[in-house]
Ligand binder design. Structure first.
Ligand code: AQP
Length: 344
């Protein structure tokens, strides 16, 4: 059946967020940060958020949040996000997120949220002891996006299911409250190299901040020696680099390393394979280390410089909070009217 519901016709806006939960890695960079900078360079209206409300869904070391929030804001800027062009702010400084999340908690259905695989992964076997916040995390994520009526959301592949839930919530809100086209159905921007960077130790697991093995990830603060060592120690097999992408199937670790090479050098997987076809990892790994260090070194240097000025980061976050509030406030006024709350 053709959907005849009027579509959202408002302005286009990009929104994404990163949790302040530990040092960022190459997966966060290629899956998110690099895309943020690219979208800003293409001239999009961008809002980038340090999602500290999401961070407290899991235990956080007491007193650590402020510095970790500054670190993520610094990483946005080091990766090329310019606070004069894009909004950079901390989620907890804009109350619209929690207010809209509550309204969306009443729009989303239990069955929808119960299907989310990230909750199952993060809660582990003892789901009864997980926080309620961890369970409703994807509902807050929908509120993050829709408080700004964002139309496009650059994220890694792991967030695909949450983005689908955001679309379901927007669609149901528009329908239940009789306001077709009120919220956009946000489009995930997942495609492209780097959407799913895997652990250097196990090609079937995503590279993750919370992996206990530091050798599993390249951190954005790793120096050239650490990067080379981690790539040298990355798990591979006894084969050589194949000629075609098809032959990478079933070799997840090799596919991952070739994908990282392609993403960082701005080349296609096919062109990387053509260069290294038939070569062993004794040749490929040093070349990958060189490409990785060359790409990350200027970002790491900028990151350290920005972190050395916490007051400067605080100014960016304060300015961003004001600009984010200015976008969200009129949208929330409309939401309150649509829901039918008493208003002065
Ligand atoms: N391995 C990855 N490959 C591509 N993109 C990735 N992202 C995360 N891991 C990869 C993307 O990075 C953005 C920020 O993620 P986040 O910090 O908000 O949450 P996360 O996805 O939970 O990140 P981690 O590193 O996996 O943290 P832990 O270990 O705490 O769960 C998102 O756009 C995500 O898609």
């Amino acid at each position: 059946m053709t959907d005849t519901t009027p579509a959202y016709t408002g302005p286009q806006r990009v929104f994404s967020g990163i949790q302040p939960t530990g040092s960022l890695h190459l997966g966060n960079y290629l899956g998110a940060l690099k895309k943020f900078a690219d979208l800003q360079a293409e001239g999009h209206d961008c809002v980038f958020c340090v999602v500290d409300l999401h961070a407290i869904t899991m235990p956080v070391e007491r007193g650590a949040l402020i510095d970790q929030t500054r670190q993520i804001a610094a990483a946005f800027m080091a990766a090329g996000v310019d606070p004069a062009k894009s909004v950079i702010f901390a989620q907890s400084s804009v109350l619209a997120h929690v207010e809209l999340a509550w309204i969306f908690n009443c729009v989303a259905r239990m069955g929808w949220v119960e299907r989310m695989t990230q909750f199952k992964d993060k809660a582990g076997k003892d789901a009864e002891r997980a926080s309620v916040g961890l369970f409703t995390y994807p509902v807050l994520q929908a509120a993050d996006i829709l408080a700004y009526k964002a139309t496009h959301v650059p994220v890694g592949e792991d967030q695909k299911q949450h983005l689908e839930l955001s679309r379901d919530i927007a669609e149901r809100f528009n329908r239940e409250y009789g306001v077709p086209g009120f919220f956009p159905l946000p489009e995930p921007m997942i495609k492209g190299p780097g959407a799913r960077i895997m652990s250097l130790k196990d090609g079937t697991k995503k590279m993750s901040k919370s992996d206990p093995s530091d050798l599993s990830r390249i951190s954005l603060v790793d120096d050239a020696d650490a990067i080379s060592k981690k790539i040298r120690k990355a798990t591979t097999d006894t084969g050589v680099i194949p000629a075609t992408a098809e032959e990478l199937k079933g070799r997840p670790e090799v596919e991952n390393l070739v994908g990282i090479f392609a993403a960082l050098s701005g080349r296609s997987v096919e062109s990387v394979l053509a260069e290294f076809e038939g070569k062993g990892f004794g040749v490929f790994k040093p070349a990958l280390a060189e490409v990785t260090v060359a790409h990350l070194a200027p970002i790491t240097a900028r990151y350290r410089d920005i972190l050395a000025d916490p007051a400067g980061i605080d100014r960016v976050l304060a300015d961003g909070a004001g600009r984010a509030n200015a976008i969200a406030a009129p949208i929330m006024d409309e939401v309150r009217r649509v829901v039918g709350f008493w208003r002065p």
